[in-house]
Every structure is written in structure tokens, then in C-alpha cells.
Design a protein around this ligand. Structure first.
Ligand code: 0O2
Length: 211
């Protein structure tokens, strides 16, 4: 990697690593209390240089403006079991004082034309570098497992077809988005049943572990 990119991306890498620990830590606290965690799992990545350059070109962002205008060079994803958990997670993020929220985008009540659903929270996160503090933008995407399944598949197809889907694939993706939506709805309706079963299972597991 060119030295220039290595320097530029260093605070983003640091932020992703730190935030993975912090957001996974939230899940661990729910587990410790033996209550349902609104967070199922957390992932994070720094956008590859090729994708940064692609997006900059597509959105007409000058390279010297990346820091100010590209919000997802550092990205975290928080996956939830149920749609209602997303609200809880957003609420928890709003209460934290280790970063400030600069923008929220709700693609759940306002899904994208593609069928994409997710809740995006853009934060300004302070990274302690050896030369001082650096405030960078980080995008946190919060979504259900079903939303994530759809987005992951659509993202790979998007890559394959460079965004120009054949008509039949486009229709199937729309139907799959609808199916993912219905799956979320159904799961929400039997949420308490599911949680009871999960609690009983983890109690059983705990007894086994202590044997
Ligand atoms: P990657 O590879 O995930 O990093 P825009 O890019 O114009 O849609 P903007 O302003 O960048 O919008 O912000 P937005 O829409 O809040 O966030 C963009 C990111 O959201 C994308 O990053 C994806 O991760 C995700 N996303 C948005 N729309 C879709 C969609 O239709 N399908 C899928 N699968 N993901 C989507 P990147 O940079 O596109 O890609």
C-alpha cells in the first residue's frame, strides 16, 4: 500500500478496531445480565481503496475532500434479531458520550428503491493519534439478520452486474426484499415465544457448562 494511503487510513483502521470492541461490549453486557440482547453480532471494515476511489468518482467527491464528504470509509454493522431491536440499539448509541451523532438515515420506514432496508447512524469519532486527536466520520449500519441477508446478496450481485441488473434478477431481488420484510414481520409476531425458547436454551447450556 502506498505510504500516503497508509497514513490516511490509519485513524480509520484504529476507529474500526476500537468500535468493534466497544459495540461487541454492549452485547456482552446484555448477555452477562441474562437478558435478550438487541445486538446479535457486530462487524466492521475499512473501505478498500478501490471502492473509495470508485465512490469518489461516482459522487464527484474530490480526493482532498474524502475526510469531510465520504462518511463510510470506516464502517460498522450491528445485526439484530428483531426490527424493534433496531430502535433500542439506536437509543443506546444516542446515549453514549464517546462519540457524537452527526446524521441518521432511516431506510427502514423509507426503504430504498432497490429494496434496501437498514438504519444508518453517522458519528464523529475521536481517535487518539501520536500527533494528537483526530476526529473522523464513521457509518454504523443497524439492520436485522433478514435485512443483512438481502443486502449481502444484493451487494454481490450488484458487483457482478455493475449495478445494471437484468430485468428478471431485478424482479427476483424485489420479491426477495418483500420476503425478507415478511420474515421480519412474522418473527416479530412470535418474538416472545422465540425469546422464551432462547432463554431456556441458554439456561440449559449454563447448567451443562457448570457440570
Ligand atoms: P459498501 O461496499 O457497502 O461500502 P448512496 O451510496 O448514494 O446510496 P450514501 O450517501 O453513500 O448513499 O449513503 P448511504 O446510502 O446512507 O450509505 C451507503 C451504504 O449503504 C452503501 O455503501 C451500502 O453499504 C449501503 N447501501 C445503500 N444502499 C444499498 C443498496 O441498495 N443495496 C445494498 N446492498 N447496500 C446498500 P457502499 O459504498 O455503496 O458500499
Amino acid at each position: 500500500m502506498e505510504k500516503h494511503w497508509e497514513f490516511f487510513l490509519a485513524p480509520y483502521k484504529q476507529a474500526v478496531e476500537e468500535l468493534k470492541v466497544k459495540l461487541k461490549g454492549m452485547r456482552a453486557q446484555f448477555e452477562m445480565q441474562g437478558v435478550h440482547s438487541p445486538i446479535e453480532f457486530v462487524t466492521g471494515r475499512v473501505k478498500p481503496i478501490a471502492s473509495i476511489l470508485d465512490k469518489a468518482q461516482k459522487k464527484n467527491i474530490p480526493l482532498d475532500q474524502l475526510e469531510q464528504q465520504m462518511q463510510d470509509i470506516a464502517g460498522l454493522r450491528m445485526m439484530c434479531q428483531f426490527v424493534d431491536d433496531i430502535k433500542t440499539v439506536v437509543h443506546l448509541l444516542r446515549q453514549r458520550n464517546d462519540f457524537t451523532i452527526v446524521e441518521e438515515r432511516d431506510y427502514i420506514t423509507q426503504k430504498k428503491e432497490s429494496g434496501y432496508r437498514s438504519y444508518h447512524v453517522v458519528i464523529r469519532y475521536p481517535v487518539q493519534m501520536i500527533y494528537g486527536e483526530k476526529n473522523i466520520l464513521v457509518e454504523i449500519q443497524i439492520r436485522t439478520l433478514a435485512m443483512n441477508f438481502w443486502a449481502t446478496i444484493e451487494h454481490s450481485l450488484n458487483y457482478k452486474y455493475s449495478g445494471k441488473f437484468p430485468e428478471d434478477i431485478k424482479q427476483r431481488l424485489q420479491r426477495a426484499a418483500e420476503a425478507a420484510y415478511l420474515l421480519d414481520e412474522e418473527m416479530s409476531k412470535i418474538r416472545f415465544e422465540i425469546q422464551e425458547a432462547q432463554a431456556a436454551f441458554s439456561r440449559k447450556q449454563e447448567v451443562k457448562d457448570n457440570e
